[in-house]
Ligand binder design. Structure first.
Ligand code: ADP
Length: 447
């Protein structure tokens, strides 16, 4: 087992990893920028190293500084969390080359899934169903027009290096193809330094359903059920739940089994998530994330499995302590992502937190690095808390969630708590009747 783990992240996820480490008797090293001197992850860790100025590129993305921090503190392993360097294959490689263990998959698997075309080709070979579309990158307008004819409009242009929904453009008819193609390539170049794009059939009313996978290095693979992440704004998840109101047991076992078989065949290690769109009873693979997901706690709530502890165990060469048959899905869980943003305009709202009172009680978990007096810096993601509520069934979970949101006090900055209150009061949500476009219609982004 490791003696010391460096956590290459900040905010709630750094705390989450710290907690798993301490329960396992592992010491932690926090890294931080000068903007985060007073951050909770720095306060809780056993040691901390300041690795640079506020901009992420000079601190949380500064690979030489992070490797030096691991060296001077004598860490055995590095946990990347999510975001930042978590899906950077070169970082994973350098971590291992410097003699530390990377708590995550191999650089090869990160690289493979980071290129969406290679990911889709791999998924197809592994027997996963895909959204109809171009088999590779599309580099001229005629190809797009031919595809439009073949698969029918609307179609979606997506960035090969995509992430966070950037570089995506919907084309409703051939007349819009030229402009959308130009814009998508420009956006992709600006966001990822890679303008390559591909085309998919645009699905009109899908749900986003993803399967959590866990694999050790001895060929054991399990799936931990699905998460329904259809409530999105600008392709960013807002609220997630498990089980999905749209799946029955047979569908869950079918897609979970397919996903686990694919992962076993790949020889993948650690946690991973296969994302699918689901429409009219069919699943379509869109991408795989080779890291811990923001929404992992809802899976923990219904399976009782600590995913970060399992990541660490797998990284030390441990064998999974359970088989698929041992995994029981009990109850229902929902996560609300609480951002420091105006709940109507979504303008970020950094600043000083004057009051802080998180909700408590049975079935309530809050993952957050906030505290009263904390000054939230403007440089990073606006996610400041995750409220995760579990109940024996969906109805109980909703009752508890309503109560927990009422109880939550964050003073001094705007948060999206009122948005969640509004959202969960909608009859469609209560009935589980929503798809990936539903929330944008609610907030007036879409007709
Ligand atoms: P990114 O890596 O940029 O997040 P994804 O491929 O994961 O891109 O897609 C993000 C979101 O965009 C999905 O959850 C879904 O809401 C929407 N989306 C992606 N592909 C399609 C599609 N073919 N049709 C309709 N919506 C899509």
């Amino acid at each position: 087992m490791f003696d010391k783990v460096l956590i290459a992240n900040r905010g709630e996820i750094a705390l989450r990893i710290h907690r798993a480490c301490h329960e396992m008797g592992i010491q932690t090293v926090a890294i931080h920028s000068t903007a985060d001197n007073d951050a909770m992850h720095v306060r809780l860790a056993d040691e901390s190293v300041c690795i640079g100025p506020p901009p992420a590129k000079d601190s949380y993305l500064n690979i030489p500084a992070i490797l030096s921090a691991a060296t001077i503190t004598g860490a055995d392993a590095i946990h990347p969390g999510y975001g930042f360097l978590s899906e950077n294959a070169r970082f994973a490689e350098l971590v291992e080359e410097h003699g530390f263990t990377f708590i995550g998959p191999t650089p090869e698997h990160i690289r493979m899934m980071g290129d969406k075309i290679v990911a889709k080709q791999t998924a197809a070979k592994l027997g996963l169903p895909l959204v109809p579309g171009s088999p590779g990158p599309v580099d001229n307008l005629d190809e797009i027009k031919a595809l439009g004819q073949e698969i029918g409009y609307p179609v979606l242009i997506k960035a090969v290096a995509g992430g966070g929904g950037r570089g995506m453009k919907v084309i409703d008819s051939e007349a819009q193809a030229e402009e959308a193609f130009t814009l998508a390539r420009q956006e992709a170049t600006a966001a990822f330094g890679n303008g390559a794009v591909y085309v998919e059939k645009y699905l009109g009313k899908p749900r986003h359903i993803e399967i959590q996978i866990l694999a050790d290095t001895h060929g054991n693979v399990v799936h931990l059920g699905e998460r329904d992440c259809s409530l999105q704004r600008r392709h960013q998840k807002v609220l997630e739940e498990t089980p999905s109101p749209a799946l029955n047991r047979e569908m869950r076992e079918r897609i979970g089994g397919l996903a686990a078989d694919a992962i076993r065949e790949m020889g993948y290690r650690g946690v991973g998530t296969l994302e699918f769109l689901f429409q009219d009873g069919e699943f379509y693979f869109i991408e795989m994330n080779t890291r811990l997901q923001v929404e992992h706690p809802i899976t923990e709530a219904i399976t009782g499995i600590d995913l970060v502890r399992e990541q660490i165990r797998v990284a030390t060469g441990g064998t999974l302590a359970f088989t698929q048959a041992d995994i029981k899905f009990a109850g229902h869980a929902i996560e609300c992502r609480i951002n420091a943003e105006n709940p109507e305009t979504f303008v970020p709202s950094p600043g000083r937190v004057t009051d802080y009172h998180p909700p408590g009680g049975l079935g309530v978990r809050v993952d957050s690095a906030l505290y009263a007096g904390y000054r939230m810096p403007p440089y990073y993601d606006s996610l400041v808390a995750k409220l995760i509520v579990a109940g024996t069934n969906r109805n109980e979970c909703l009752m508890r969630l309503r109560r927990a949101l009422e109880e939550y006090v964050v003073g001094g900055i705007d948060t999206t708590i009122p948005l969640h209150q509004r959202l969960i009061a909608q009859p469609d949500f209560v009935n589980g009747d929503y798809n990936i476009h539903w929330l944008e219609r609610l907030v007036g982004l879409k007709k």
